[in-house]
Design a protein around this ligand. Structure first.
Ligand code: PFF
Length: 453
């Protein structure tokens, strides 16, 4: 029997996994890139009808199997146990995500320190700072990456209760307080708050029907709820007996959406919407535009900068720990590794991939670490991993859990699991979405994007 989360610890740890750079970095960037509220509508649609449905299914696997995901699948599959247990290897996706994700958290750590100094007032200067970091200053970049890598792996080495739960119990409430303070400032002091509200809440439907945007919105919905890579099933295996899975999942999803919208409002209150659309490609929005706008606010800008980048740091770290735990638990259960040895093995893998990601933007090695597929322009290794995980592995993982839970597991087991928590009607709606809408949605998006590619 392994360690269990406390009730609140579970919600915070799951919310900690969900709320991360997906909300704080990808969400505002993509919203800026793809024309605001239209993209948000698509994102919400996919969050509710695909990601949330898959979240519950993955959670059910963890709760019923009560072990690492490979073992859980093997235990609960009614037949062909070994074959179904292979689905547990979607956890490799989480480890791949960790490697580029920790590089971005490293940039953020650098920006926390930077925010204590005089900030640039021109976007061009801010652009230079960012460019210098990622293209010319591999040593500093890898140093920052190593520091956050150390924090994340140290936390996971302490286990569920003393490591992961404790970290989330500290960082998540602090994150919330920071967000509320920044939002209040944006609301009362920033000129752009009203246009940010309009940009986020008034939809422009012209922009929705674009294959690329649809795929990105689906990818983001899955990414931001950590779907399909065995994080949710692993955390749910440590779910306390008297925790209401359904209610917890709903609060996690609500927190996740709320943080995304709050982040969007904060970012777009400071960045003029037009500028956001031209600066939004790549990480420019937050690391370039926002930095110079903070720079124009003097000391207030420094305070905002520190608060903003610390909140990103916390959001990122609590997500990163959840990417490591699934594989760690698997190595411990299957190969009788000690937790420390499991951490060291996975750590070595993530470290090497992370350094390669960082070096794929570094000028001297960028060419060697870029890959082209078909006629498309060469992509840095960092972007290849991001695309492979968010747009391929996560949708496939979600599809796997939907088929396994919706079609392979016996319905009675699920009814028993959920009957204490939800009415029959809600259960039936979820079950229908799981069996039909989720897989069809993912397959349709895949075909649509392949056809347009
Ligand atoms: N949900 C996280 C975010 O929005 O940043 C990213 C993530 C965490 C993806 C954990 C996958 C995962 F297993």
């Amino acid at each position: 029997m392994h360690e269990k989360f406390s009730k609140i610890g579970f919600v915070l740890a799951m919310a900690g996994s969900a709320v991360g750079l997906g909300n704080a970095w990808k969400f505002p960037t993509m919203v800026g890139n793809h024309g605001g509220s239209a993209f948000i509508l698509l994102y919400l649609f996919f969050t509710i009808f695909v990601a949330a449905v898959a979240f519950l299914a993955e959670s059910a696997v963890g709760k019923l199997g009560e072990s690492d995901t490979v073992t859980s699948l093997e235990r609960i599959a009614p037949s062909h146990k070994k074959a179904w247990s292979l689905g547990g290897f979607f956890m490799i996706g989480a480890v791949l995500i960790a490697s580029f994700y920790l590089v971005v958290i490293g940039w953020i750590a650098y920006y926390v320190v930077l925010s204590f100094t005089t900030l640039p007032t021109q976007a061009s200067q801010a652009g230079e700072i960012f460019n210098n970091l990622i293209s010319n200053n591999a040593a500093i970049e890898i140093l920052c990456f190593s520091a956050v890598f150390g924090v994340v792996f140290y936390t996971v080495s302490k286990g569920i209760k003393n490591g992961i739960e404790r970290l989330n119990m500290i960082m998540m409430p602090m994150l919330l307080v920071l967000l509320i303070l920044m939002l209040l400032y944006a609301c009362f002091k920033a000129d752009g708050f009203t246009s940010a509200l309009a940009f986020i809440f008034i939809p422009d439907f012209n922009k929705i029907f674009d294959a690329e945007i649809i795929l990105q919105a689906l990818g983001l919905a899955l990414f931001s709820l950590s779907i399909g890579v065995c994080t949710i099933s692993t955390y749910s295996a440590s779910l306390n007996e008297d925790t209401n899975v359904f209610k917890s999942v709903l609060s996690i999803i609500a927190i996740n959406i709320a943080v995304g919208v709050m982040m969007g409002l904060i970012v777009f209150s400071f960045i003029p919407i037009n500028a956001s659309q031209s600066a939004a490609s790549g990480p420019g929005l937050i690391f370039v535009s926002l930095l110079s706008l903070f720079g124009n606010l003097g000391i207030v800008g420094n305070v905002l900068g520190v608060m903003f980048f610390i909140s990103l740091l916390f959001a990122g770290i609590t997500s990163a720990v959840s990417m490591i735990e699934p594989f760690v638990l698997y190595l411990i259960n299957h190969f009788h590794f000690t937790r420390v040895n499991a951490i060291l093995s996975i750590g070595a893998f993530v470290f090497i991939l992370g350094v390669l990601c960082a070096l794929s933007y570094y000028e001297p090695s960028a060419n060697a670490l870029s890959f082209s597929f078909g006629a498309n322009k060469a992509k840095p290794f960092f972007d290849v991993l991001d695309f492979l995980t968010s747009n391929i592995l996560m949708p496939l993982g979600a599809l796997f859990f939907s088929v396994f839970v919706g079609w392979v597991l016996k319905k009675e087991g699920l009814v028993i699991l959920f009957s204490n928590y939800v009415s029959v009607r809600i259960f039936e709606i979820w079950y229908f979405l799981l069996r039909f809408i989720l897989p069809l949605g993912i397959i349709a998006v895949a075909i649509y994007s392949l056809a347009k590619a």
